[in-house]
Structures are given as structure tokens and as C-alpha cells.
Write a protein that binds this ligand. Structure first.
Ligand SMILES: Nc1ncnc2c1ncn2[C@@H]1O[C@H](COP(=O)(O)OP(=O)(O)OP(=O)(O)O)[C@@H](O)[C@H]1O
Ligand SMILES: [Mg+2]
Length: 225
């Protein structure tokens, strides 16, 4: 039995700034967050408030300047090797720009993700689940925004990741496609998948079990309405 008191993913006093010439922009000012197994966490925030930066730190894409990222109580090293192994093995990531590999077909994108974790998922089954089986031999450039987004979700879930991190997965979609994506995330969450969702859509955020708002570099709990 796993200890339910230990967060699956924990951020401790994360600070991050970017340098632009002489200027230094402090984006994250000591972020603390604990995500427990099975949680569905939504993070709201205005454009430019640092949501993608925060998610990239959670995903091990970027290292924080200060603070720690922990998975099940173990600190993820700041170095590229530790972060990339964590990212490859534990994280399912849906990036704001989808992040599909343009030279690979829909099917190959999903197959590669499964291969990376030596997973046992059937890639075609994942494509069926997301209504993509007829598009399996297409390249990303010939997909609609919604199809790209669904490919990115199928690929992220195919890894059976410890944690699913989603950066505005409905941002580029119309209401109906956006609703479908949210339904899939909710479904994954009901099946026990731990999910962190970045969104600026307050309605979508209401589907989460915990809502936070990122403002002025700090994360505040947001009461559900
Ligand atoms: N690589 C970078 N170099 C310099 N500044 C950056 C870099 N990446 C982001 N920033 C700046 O950091 C701030 C936060 O950016 P971030 O992409 O995290 O915001 P966001 O909340 O995801 O915005 P959006 O809702 O528009 O996606 C912005 O002011 C942005 O201009
Ligand atoms: Mg962003």
C-alpha cells in the first residue's frame, strides 16, 4: 500500500526568472503545490502569468532557479539527465502547441511514446478511443487543430504516465471540440489518472477537484463555485 500522505508530485518554493538583456523578469516567486494520487488540479491565470513556465518545471523541461520538484517524495535532480529521464518515464505532457513530431504519422507519434516507456498499450486502441483511427497514416500538418490536440492526448495517455500535465489543451479548439477534450480528461481522471490542467477557462476549471490561480508569481487556492 502506498502512503496516501505523500504527494505524487510536489513543488517546494519554486522560483524562476528570465533574463531579457539587462532586465530580469521574475515569473515564479516561491510556488508550493502538492498533487496527490488521483487529484485533478486546474490552474487558472492570465496570459503571461507564468502557467506554461510552471508546467514545464513540473514536467522537467525546465529547471527552476530555486526550489525542488519531488515525485513521491524523491527530489528530481536539476541536471538535464535526471529531468529527461523523469520526463520520459513518468510524465504525460500535452503541450500548448501540441508538440507532435511532424515527420511521423499519427500512429507513429503514439507508437514512439509507447516504445519510450516500453509500454504495453495497443497504439491503435488509443487511436480508436480518440476517434483517430482513420487518420492514423496522416502527418500532423494535414490534421485539424482538434485532431492534433486529440493525437497529443492519445500520445500522452498511451504512456500510462504517473501524471498527466496539460497546457491549455482546449485553447485552440471550438466549444464542441473543447468539450470533447475535457470529457476525455475527466474520464481519465475518473479512471484514477492524476491530472494537472492549465486553463484560462473558468468553466473547465470547475471540473477539477482542486482549483488554483497563478497571479503575480504566486499560486493561490481558488474556491470552487
Ligand atoms: N524563454 C523565455 N525567455 C524570456 N522570457 C520568457 C520566456 N518564456 C516565457 N517568458 C516570459 O515569461 C512570462 C510567462 O510566460 P508563460 O509562457 O509561462 O506564460 P503563460 O501564463 O503560459 O501565458 P499564456 O496564457 O499566454 O500561454 C511572460 O511574460 C513571457 O514573456
Ligand atoms: Mg502558456
Amino acid at each position: 500500500m502506498k502512503n496516501p500522505e505523500i504527494p505524487l508530485l510536489e513543488l517546494r518554493k519554486i522560483q524562476k526568472s528570465y533574463s531579457e538583456g539587462e532586465q530580469r523578469l521574475l515569473v515564479l516567486r516561491g510556488i508550493c503545490l502538492a498533487v496527490y494520487p488521483g487529484d485533478f488540479v486546474a490552474i487558472l491565470g492570465k496570459s503571461g502569468s507564468g502557467k506554461t513556465t510552471l508546467l514545464q518545471i513540473m514536467a522537467g523541461i525546465q529547471a527552476p532557479d530555486e526550489g525542488e520538484v519531488r515525485m513521491e517524495g524523491k527530489t528530481i535532480g536539476r541536471g538535464e539527465r535526471a529531468r529527461s529521464s523523469y520526463r520520459r518515464l513518468q510524465v504525460g505532457l500535452i503541450q500548448q502547441d501540441y508538440g507532435l513530431i511532424e515527420e511521423l504519422t499519427v500512429l507513429e507519434n503514439v507508437e514512439l511514446a509507447i516504445k519510450m516507456v516500453r509500454g504495453r498499450q495497443d497504439p491503435r486502441r488509443m487511436l480508436e478511443r480518440f476517434g483517430l483511427i482513420e487518420k492514423q497514416n496522416r502527418y500532423p500538418r494535414s490534421l485539424s487543430g482538434g485532431e492534433k490536440q486529440r493525437t497529443a492526448i492519445a500520445r500522452a495517455l498511451a504512456k500510462e504516465p504517473r501524471i498527466l500535465l496539460c497546457d491549455e489543451p482546449t485553447g485552440a479548439l471550438d466549444r464542441i471540440s473543447g468539450g470533447m477534450v475535457m470529457k476525455e480528461l475527466l474520464q481519465a481522471s475518473l479512471q484514477g489518472q492524476t491530472v494537472v490542467l492549465i486553463t484560462h477557462d473558468q468553466e473547465h476549471a470547475q471540473l477539477a477537484s482542486h482549483i488554483y490561480k497563478l497571479e503575480d508569481g504566486r499560486l493561490e487556492k481558488w474556491e470552487k463555485s
